[in-house]
Write a new protein. Structure first.
Lengths: 395, 520
């Protein structure tokens, strides 16, 4: 079908399609969560088209059937299949070393991370929370969904990028954030620095600080935590496959971040408790697999990374305080400090891929009303893990 | 969403190499002319039926062995809310969906493997009823028609894989499927199935199949709940319970006894005639003298249910019931049935059901167009077809006790109209199921006993179903359809949950639908 709109000629040849079936399961020490099923069946249409030498456009439609956390297996509207959709669209421009991209898209600054990492944007400092596998495509390499624009420069030994975006995923949505990245070295062995100033502009209704205990409000105001959520990240990579001229992925990468520069005297006393570290490795399998990636994370956060519910949970939906049960004696949890993720990909033929993820990561499922039941990651002890298997086919 | 758009008859408009794009839109409007919510007692008459479907399909034959086909779209729909519903029920809702997302691998000419999410239809003639092998449950015995699409969706929509083999002459086709249930609760159970179709000529088609319905369950928690044991008593004695209503004689200034306990007449079994005779025997002269009443039958008696608790008396009887229901009855009746001497030594028995069931199915098609050499394009489709299935070979000692009560039969006839319409089919179905076809057992709880609202009632008003379906192509791209039926239509509420019992559940119930569809 040829269509000419705004001077752009599109045909069926420009259309890429894919579909997938995700099936997985959590194995946890929590009897209420263990055995929870992950199931999605999705279909995508993708168009990427160069408009001219500088400009190109991309649009993606993603529709899928999915299953929420089945908090009640007996009720169909809770345990039955749900329908959802996702859209992406952006315009990009490139001339010499300059490049620009704007729209609704998945932003990624760590090109190697598969599941963990990408801390600078996939986190909050107060309360201290990390994300993983939270988008609508559970197996897409870790990213942050943004509505925004980026501009950067690409030189052989120096790359820089500025990003301005509106929050799309975590409540309160539409807050405006800024981020800047600078990378030095050749792309096969680079070191990158990032700094983010999240949520510097608020739009719409927002309850800045509504803690459980009103007596804590002056404390929060005095500490001014919400206005000092500066985050910094440092990452590096060595692409050994490039040096060894291997055709399959082989390399090491790592990332560290500092989430929030300000300490307080009660709940956020130590910077190292807001400092996630990740190391990952693409391991060659000499043709047995298409890709094998292992990632390991250490994060000495004493709290259980419990996100606030999207509903107004007794007025504490957007508090900068950690979501804990007893503020008088904050917990010192260590069982979830170490996390890991293994991503395995095997292309069965040119059009058919098998992808497997085994992980103890930060994945949270929402309930039927699209809100969190506890807000904690499903896996929160060393022995907890999940298995997700995807069969994906595409043209 | 899923599937409505899976029934595409879209013609491919655009071709670019082996890539094809199809567009499909359909608008359904209709009305329930007679029907009810059997669970709620609501009147469904006048319920407006509306769906608008849009789908864009893309098929890419990537090489001689591999084909991918992905269709995406959505449905605008309205919620069924007989009680008025919430504000959100009064708007047109939209749901995105996938019509199909399949990869087909054809390693050799007569063998193909289809993988992903795809529609599957084995009885090509069925227009509304039938296709029992994948649109049914055995325990409780349930049949489905429609779904997200109100018409033209007589097929199954599984996620899974299917292997199809055809012999070299094309007269024999064998399908093996591994189908994952995705839409009817409980979801994710896996059904292995085998369907054979023999078509020795254009005149006659005969098919049959075996399905191990829901034999593989990846949700052990759900399976455990569904198969949990229940205790029940056979021939359990219920003592008689007295009535707490009274009969009144509504005569002004009546000097005799004007209020009678129902027990006065005939023990605990109220009998108005006996009571009148007793009254006339005692007060006949008075009644004749004051009110001109000359016989027992002339005595006016009214039942005053406001006297006492209003309960009707019940005679002593023996029942076979679940223990939990007996306990509920005893609590309501205030009897001490468990300690009745008739129940001395009575021990409960245990029963456990399972949704997993062995299905058998057969279908046929006799094409008179081919037999008599009549062109279907000129006179319309002219054929006789049918289907029979056995839903579950296992009988249980309670509720699901007879094979024939789980044996739906459908017969359809496509009648030539000599150009008036392209296809006119009349289908009728018979299922001698005495239990109300409620899906509450899996949609409202995981309890495979029949819906507690109808559990011990024999209901045969819905044994016979019928459907009339017609289509007329107006142009290459535009087709009109209509369907008038008393079938298994279940309308969805604002949570997309279907009514537990079909809206058409009595002999006189019916609805109509019109569809305008354009596809390129």
């Amino acid at each position: 079908m040829a269509a000419a709109a705004y001077g752009l000629d599109l045909s069926a040849e420009d259309l890429g399609v894919s579909a997938y079936m995700d099936n997985g399961r959590f194995q946890t020490s929590d009897s209420l969560l263990t055995g929870e099923i992950i199931s999605r069946t999705g279909a995508k249409w993708l168009i990427e088209k160069e408009v001219d030498e500088a400009w190109s456009v991309s649009a993606q439609i993603h529709l899928f059937f999915w299953r929420n956390q089945a908090v009640d297996k007996e009720l169909f509207h809770v345990a039955g299949v749900k329908f959802d959709s996702d859209l992406r669209g952006y315009l990009s421009w490139k001339r010499d070393a300059q490049f620009f991209k704007g729209g609704v898209y998945n932003f990624k600054y760590n090109p190697d991370s598969k599941d963990l990492g990408e801390y600078l944007l996939r986190s909050t400092a107060y309360p201290t929370i990390l994300e993983s596998m939270q988008g609508k495509d559970l197996m897409e390499p870790s990213f942050s969904r943004v509505l925004g624009a980026q501009y950067g420069l690409n030189y052989e030994y120096f790359r820089t990028l500025g990003l301005a975006y509106f929050e799309q995923f975590n409540t309160p949505v539409y807050d405006a954030s800024l981020a800047y990245f600078a990378t030095v070295g050749p792309s096969r062995a680079e070191v990158g620095l990032g700094i983010a100033y999240p949520r510097f502009l608020h739009f719409g209704d927002r309850k800045d600080v509504t803690p459980l205990d009103p007596s804590l409000e002056p404390y929060i105001d005095n500490k001014d935590l919400g206005k000092n959520e500066i985050k910094i990240s440092l990452r590096g990579r060595v692409d050994l496959a490039a040096y060894l001229e291997m055709s399959e992925p082989f390399g090491v990468y790592a990332e560290a971040a500092l989430l929030g520069l300000k300490n307080d005297t009660l709940l956020y006393k130590n910077m190292n408790e807001r400092m996630p570290l990740m190391i990952g490795m693409d391991i060659p399998t000499f043709g047995i697999l298409s890709a094998l990636t292992l990632e390991l994370e250490y994060f000495k956060n004493p709290y259980l990374e419990r996100k606030y519910g999207k509903s107004d949970n007794n007025g504490r939906a957007y508090s900068v305080l950690p979501n804990i049960d007893d503020y008088a004696s904050p917990p010192r949890k260590t069982s979830d400090d170490m996390r890991w993720s293994a991503t395995i990909i095997r292309s069965l033929n040119r059009w058919f891929d098998l992808k497997v993820r085994l992980a103890n990561n930060h994945m949270r499922l929402v309930s039927w009303n699209e809100d969190y039941v506890t807000g904690e990651p499903y896996t929160k002890r060393g022995s907890d893990w999940l298995c997700l298997i995807r069969l994906e086919y595409h043209n | 969403m899923r599937a409505a758009i899976g029934t595409l008859t879209a013609i491919t408009l655009a071709m670019a190499g082996d890539r094809k794009i199809s567009l499909f839109t359909a608008v359904d409007v209709g009305r329930v002319e007679s029907g009810s919510g059997l669970s709620t007692g609501s009147d469904a008459k006048g319920a407006f039926l509306s769906r608008t479907y849009v789908d864009v399909g893309f098929t890419d034959k990537m090489d001689e062995h591999n084909l991918i086909s992905i269709g995406i779209g959505g449905i605008f729909w309205n919620a069924y809310s007989p009680g008025g519903g919430d504000p959100s029920d009064k708007i047109i809702k939209f749901g995105p969906g996938i019509s199909q997302a399949l990869l087909e691998w054809t390693p050799i000419d007569n063998l193909s493997v289809t993988f992903g999410y795809f529609p599957y239809k084995y009885n090509q003639s069925a227009q509304n009823l039938g296709e029992y092998m994948f649109r049914s449950e055995a325990y409780p015995t349930i049949l489905y028609t429609g779904g997200w699409s109100l018409m033209n969706d007589v097929q199954y929509h599984p996620v899974g894989a299917k292997l199809t083999w055809k012999n070299s002459s094309g007269t024999l086709q064998q399908d093996f499927g591994l189908f994952i249930e995705y839409f009817n609760s409980p979801i994710y159970d896996i059904t292995p199935a085998s369907i054979t179709t023999w078509k020795p000529s254009e005149v006659f088609t005969l098919g049959g199949g075996l399905a191990l319905h829901r034999f593989i369950s990846p949700t052990p928690g759900t399976k455990d709940k569904l198969t949990e044991p229940f205790e029940y008593y056979k021939n359990f004695y219920y003592p008689a319970t007295p009535s707490e209503s009274r009969y009144q004689i509504p005569l002004d200034n009546y000097p005799g006894t004007s209020s009678y306990d129902l027990a006065y007449a005939a023990g605990t079994n109220p009998n108005v005639d006996s009571l009148k005779q007793a009254i006339f025997a005692s007060d006949g002269p008075l009644l004749t003298a004051l009110y001109g009443i000359n016989s027992a039958g002339e005595i006016p008696l009214t039942l005053d249910t406001t006297a006492g608790s209003g309960k009707q008396g019940k005679p002593a009887r023996y029942v076979t019931k679940l223990k939990k229901d007996i306990e509920t009855d005893i609590s309501n009746d205030g009897t001490d049935a468990f300690n009745a001497p008739e129940n001395a030594g009575a021990l409960p028995q245990t029963i456990s059901y399972d949704l997993a069931a062995v299905y058998l199915m057969a279908f046929f098609n006799l094409d008179f167009n081919a037999l008599l050499g009549l062109d279907a394009g000129d006179i319309g489709q002219f054929k006789l077809y049918g289907e029979i299935a056995q839903l579950g070979l296992k009988n249980y000692p309670l509720f699901y006790t007879q094979l024939e009560q789980r044996r739906p039969i459908m017969v359809g006839f496509s009648i030539p109209t000599f150009g008036l319409v392209d296809e006119l089919s009349v289908e009728t179905e018979y299922l001698n199921n005495p239990i109300v076809e409620s899906i509450a057992s899996t949609y409202d709880k995981l309890d495979l006993n029949p819906d507690e609202n109808f559990r011990y009632k024999t209901y045969n008003q819905d044994n016979l179903k019928w459907s009339v379906h017609a289509s007329k192509s107006v142009s290459k791209f535009l087709t009109l359809y209509t369907q008038v039926a008393n079938d298994h239509i279940r309308l969805k509420n604002g949570f997309a949950q279907p009514t537990f019992v079909p809206i058409t559940n009595s002999k006189g119930d019916w609805y109509w639908l019109l569809r305008i569809q354009w596809a390129i």
